[in-house]
Design a protein around this ligand. Structure first.
Ligand code: 0RA
Length: 636
């Protein structure tokens, strides 16, 4: 690098040095999340170019050496000398904190949204970064390292190709604790962006394996309507295609798609400036109240004709509803601990008015669809009321909000949730061994009787009537559904302990479905675990070893070198005595636990609805195409 050049870039480096000293302050963390965050900072600039109407295709590639290349066919970063800064605009964009990218007034920039720390942070945290721009018929490039320009931009000559920007970067391994990119993570977000930016094409390619690249390309002219179809692909729809409404809420562009299906869940996905607001906010509140108001109005009109007299609750209206709500806002305010909730108070009324009017108009024009929806809402209300009458109201409240402890629970003596563990154990006999083998101070045991109710196929009413579910909810203590309160959790570790056979897996899946649908914060906060009982005991001489996988068993046998061995296959927890069960599966010092987490909520939803839901065809397809993977392991 030339002497002069070093001089002019000093002030710039002071800004970026701060990013290198405290990277987590700028990108959240330096683990795999932060690593992927870098990609979105760059992609957001290209998405902004698409929002401004100049870019139709964004290509993302994972390179050998775990670099990333992001190319777009937008206008290209200007290649002139920046009038105020006196250096090339490329350098200004890449080195000035919060320069973001654009100087034009595009008010819905994603790059100014939730993360919006700017592409200069990516530069600061990359050991190498190259920007390459095609603009005015010329190709111009500039190289950087750890934020510092290595030389002024250089003109590489004329090009016939269309305009665009390519940013290639290699994250600094001295900053990041994890440097390997996940193709799945990148592809999932690209698909989501393609739904949200209808017509924009996003292509992801994994170029790391020289033997062959993996690539996918996403483009959905149907926008959020295609998103809802994608989410519900494993459910039985109530009518042919989603209701898709595009409108302005005040000045804010608003797009909503909604679709009813035969399940009982409500499934909302909401976005502000293409950022997922996992915890909803004022746009979702506005949506819900307009939906309730308009549907109630049509119910009343209908009831007057048919003389039906049913009172409809908001939950009846949302039963089996999947919706995507996407709004663009100039000054979004995000709230809550994780900043995943929209706070702008004016948005509620704007969405309510705009969406309410649009939905009413749609209903007047589509009476056949309205009839299907009203029938579904009636059914939900009738079922709810019938159950309501039959049931003891106080008990329902008790379960929802967490009530008395079940008789079958062998509780622990500690009352400090952070040190307490609840083992949910299949069957009374294993439950007995677990009770004898546990450390009573902090380990509680709840035996369950085999298969619990499949909550994917049942209404809340039936779920609340199930004795096993009542026991579970009461033991855990935090209530369920809308009333779930993580603060009331009685055990920080909820451990599912089942036999390592087909029935055990089924019970695990039923329990996980319940936790995912009705106690989702429990899963998100990392409180749910799967115990890992050993598959084998290998005795060589007087030495016993417990083995947890087929591979480790094969390996261990290989290493016995012809000595006399005795191998026991455990078919269930019941075959272990309490001491063995404690040592292999329960004792924190020696056991293995798998922590459950939801990395991709949409995929998790699809898998649960596919495995456990009403529609048979998607499950059949899944089993057919995956059976070969498990056939060898099944013990039937
Ligand atoms: C500054 C000004 C203009 C575009 C951009 C930056 C720009 C930045 C990035 C980053 C990735 N892709 C990008 N594409 C464009 C406006 C240019 C004009 O007015 O022609």
């Amino acid at each position: 690098m030339s002497e002069e050049y070093t001089g002019s870039s000093i002030t710039v480096l002071e800004g970026l040095e701060a990013v290198r000293v405290r990277p987590a302050m700028y990108i959240g963390s330096t683990d795999t999340r932060g690593l992927h965050h870098l990609v979105w900072e760059v992609v957001d600039n290209s998405v902004d170019e698409a929002l401004a109407g100049y870019c139709t295709h964004i290509e993302l590639a994972i390179l050998p050496g775990n670099g990333i290349r992001v190319s777009d066919n937008g206008r290209g970063i200007p290649t002139d000398i920046h009038p105020k800064e006196g250096v090339g605009t490329i350098q200004v964009v890449m080195t000035k904190l919060h320069a973001g990218g654009k100087f034009d007034n595009n008010s819905y920039k994603v790059s100014a949204g939730l993360h919006g720390v700017g592409v200069s942070c990516v530069n600061a945290l990359s050991e190498k970064l190259v920007v390459s721009v095609k603009r005015n018929g010329r190709l111009v490039e500039q190289d950087f390292s750890r934020g510092a320009p290595l030389a002024p931009q250089r003109d590489l000559g004329a090009t016939e190709e269309p305009t665009g920007t390519t940013v290639t970067f290699y994250p600094d391994p001295t900053i990041f604790t994890e440097t390997v990119y996940s193709y799945e993570t990148l592809a999932t977000r690209c698909r989501e962006l393609a739904f949200l930016m209808s017509g924009l094409r996003l292509t992801v390619t994994d170029e790391r394996d020289p033997e062959g690249f993996v690539t996918e390309s996403f483009c959905y002219p149907g926008g959020v309507s295609a998103f809802v179809e994608y989410v519900d692909q494993n459910r039985k729809p109530l009518f042919a295609s989603p209701i898709h409404l595009t409108m302005e809420a005040g000045d804010y562009p608003l797009e909503i798609a909604l679709w009813y299906n035969e399940s009982y869940q409500e499934n909302f996905f909401s976005f502000v400036n293409n950022v997922n607001t996992y915890d909803g906010g004022t746009h979702v509140t506005g949506f819900k109240s307009a939906l309730t108001r308009v549907i109630s109005k049509f119910v009343q009109m209908h009831a007057a004709k048919s003389k039906k007299d049913i009172s409809i609750a908001p939950e009846d209206i949302r039963e089996g509803l999947t919706a995507v709500i996407a709004i663009k806002i100039s000054q979004p305010q995000f709230e809550g601990q994780t900043k995943r909730k929209l706070g702008n108070s004016e948005v509620k009324g704007l969405v309510e008015t705009a969406f309410g009017a649009k939905l009413e108009e749609y209903f007047h024009e589509n009476p056949a669809t309205v009839k299907l929806i009203l029938d579904k809402v009636y059914n939900a209300a009738v079922a709810r009321e019938a159950a309501h009458k039959a049931r003891n109201l106080a008990r329902r409240k008790n379960i929802l909000e967490g009530g008395g402890l079940p008789g079958k629970l062998a509780d622990c003596s500690s009352r400090k949730p952070e040190e307490c563990e609840l083992f949910i154990v299949e069957g009374d006999s294993a439950g007995g061994s677990a009770k004898q083998g546990r450390t009573r101070d902090f380990q509680a045991i709840l035996p369950i009787r085999g298969k619990i109710l499949n909550v994917e196929k049942a209404r809340l009413d039936r779920i609340l009537e199930s004795e096993e579910i009542q026991n579970l909810a009461n033991a855990i203590g935090s209530g369920l559904g809308d009333e779930f309160k993580l603060e009331k959790l009685r055990y920080f570790k909820i451990i599912i302990m089942t036999d390592a056979d087909v029935d055990g897996s089924h019970i695990q899946t039923l329990l996980l479905t319940f936790f995912f649908r009705y106690m989702r914060p429990l899963v998100d906060a990392g409180h749910v675990f799967l115990a890992q009982p050993p598959l084998y005991k290998l005795r060589v001489g007087k030495q016993d070893t417990y083995l947890f996988t087929e591979e480790s068993k094969d390996e261990a046998i290989k290493n016995t070198e012809g000595k006399k061995i005795y191998l026991q296959r455990y078919k269930g927890l019941g075959e272990m005595n309490p001491e063995q069960l404690a040592e292999t599966t329960m004792d924190p010092a020696t056991r293995l636990l798998k922590q459950c987490s939801v990395e991709d909520g949409i995929l998790a939803d699809q898998i649960f609805s596919m495995l456990m839901g009403e529609a048979v065809e998607p499950r059949r397809r899944f089993i057919e195409s995956n059976a070969y993977k498990v056939l060898n392991d099944l013990d039937i």
